[in-house]
Design a protein around this ligand. Sequence first.
Ligand code: ADP
Ligand code: MG
Length: 347
Amino acid sequence: MLQNKDTKQTPVSELGEFGLIKHLTKEFSTKNDSTIFGVGDDAAVIDAGKMYHLLSTDMLIEGVHFDLSYVPLKHLGYKAVSVNVSDICAMNGVAKQIVVSIAVSNRFNIESLNEIYRGISLACAKFGVDLVGGDTTSSVSGLAINISVLGEVKKDKVVYRKGAKEKDLLVVSGDLGSAYLGLQVLSREKKVFQANPNMQPDLQGKDYILERQLKPEARVDIIKILEKLDVLPTSMIDISDGLSSELLHICDSSNVGCNIYEDKIPIDYAAISTADELNLSPITCALNGGEDYELLFTIDQSDYDKIKSDIDFTVIGHITDKPSGSNIILNDSSSLPITAQGWNSLS
Ligand code: ADP
Ligand code: MG
């Protein structure tokens, strides 16, 4: 690597993923009037005349984000699209176009690339997005997929991470922790197989959590439901790195604190029983396990009646002032500060 031997060399792990992003981008200011919001949310916001355009990108690297010994290529293609569409949902927008870049080593053949593109195609159909370009290159080892997505949102409907205010209710869609537990089961079965290749995988009763891990669905339906219910969240983020980490992003961006309640966090029965089986705490899986791709948002209290009877939503707590910090109230009424121990690919 090129470096001046007199300058200090700081390992990337010292800053962590979010610290690194801040460090690398802090000197950049925006110069175009059309750049409405740059770094620091799920997507950038760009003035496109009548609407805002939303722009986001996500990269998946073999060995870091996926293990091809148990991730089918078709699912990988689907997931790569879904996680991008999810970031557009997190801005209350609708994804429209994607560009797909792949780097492949000579280990891959046309048939395996076909499989990835079958998954991409399925996701494009499901989420109503068009594949409009990309880039194809070789890699020394392993597979990398980078997708960028362009979406749109009405100007008065864009939702940032930064809009939460005291007394707002914290709401999540769907349930949490299943994707992480799906991953734990897959890695357990991989180890069993490595020890004895004649062993059949024991995946009975695990369909739901495996699907949550292998084929996450961007919650485009939630955006439509919110519109139908006439609820405009005050802030929103998608849960890619775990509930704790995303709560801290909302609180940090909005300059507020929060209280959430252990007994309110929605966890599917299949996740609870798998957590028990693996000697894990379901609540820890929900807080710190990533990749659920649900939406976490805040609403004004006056909107509570509109969402209260919709089974897609769970109110998990509320926003407080910043000095109160971000806390989880446990079932025994004790309170613990929320810390981000979520997925961090740089640690
Ligand atoms: P998400 O988890 O929603 O995909 P990230 O945590 O990846 O969001 O990114 C947070 C913010 O930092 C986003 O605005 C993203 O565009 C920006 N960002 C991430 N990596 C870089 C980078 N290498 N250079 C510039 N901006 C970055
Ligand atoms: Mg996001």
